[in-house]
Write a new protein. Structure first.
Length: 189
């Protein structure tokens, strides 16, 4: 949500929160401490261990205001246009394996891919040198990777601040990476 790292919101029904035990301890979360027992402060303090992430809270509030000011419909419209363009342009690269849902209308703003025969970490390094940031690895989805018969992928994530020009830069950087590795890929065949 464009907020600083390390901040989030726990939203749950009050009766569930009252039954839950805190997973962190410290600060104002304690009501009473005895030698063999501890009672916790009432909600929300029960889950607020230690010094609060004040800058994170302020940043999250500002991020929420910013997003609401733009509007969810506008964000979705921009994201959809960029992702459809990315799908179109990446689909033209025959050296890529794309991992996409066939349902273009129900696709997230994340596109996973691999340059056939090149490790995703190598691709990410080349793209990084071209000023294009992606993620590479198993993305905490090892069961899916095993199902797909691969170890890892490259992943480009798009948001409303991305443009079609960003997609074009990705394609140019991918072409460069492919050209760098092409002769080694052919040796493996």
């Amino acid at each position: 949500m464009l907020a600083p790292l390390g901040i989030g919101v726990l939203y749950a029904k009050k009766e569930i929160l009252n039954k839950m035990n805190p997973f962190l301890m410290g600060g104002d979360m304690i009501e009473y401490v005895y030698e063999q027992e501890t009672t916790f402060a009432p909600l929300p303090n029960k889950f607020e261990a230690g010094t609060q992430n004040v800058e994170g809270v302020i940043g999250l509030g500002s991020a929420i205001d910013y997003i609401e000011n733009i509007g969810y419909d506008k964000i979705q419209e921009i994201e959809k246009e960029v992702v459809l363009y990315a799908r179109q342009e990446l689909s033209k690269l025959d050296y890529l394996s794309l991992y996409l849902t066939p349902n273009k209308e129900n696709h997230s703003a994340v596109i996973s891919f691999n340059i056939k025969g090149v490790h995703p970490h190598d691709v990410a390094s080349i793209l990084d040198s071209e000023g294009v940031c992606i993620r590479s690895g198993n993305h905490c989805a090892q069961p899916l990777m095993r199902f797909l018969g691969i170890d890892s992928t490259c992943r480009a994530s798009f948001y409303f601040y991305n443009t079609k020009e960003d997609v074009d830069k990705l394609v140019i950087a991918l072409n460069k990476a492919y050209e760098m590795f092409k002769k080694y890929i052919n040796l493996k065949k």
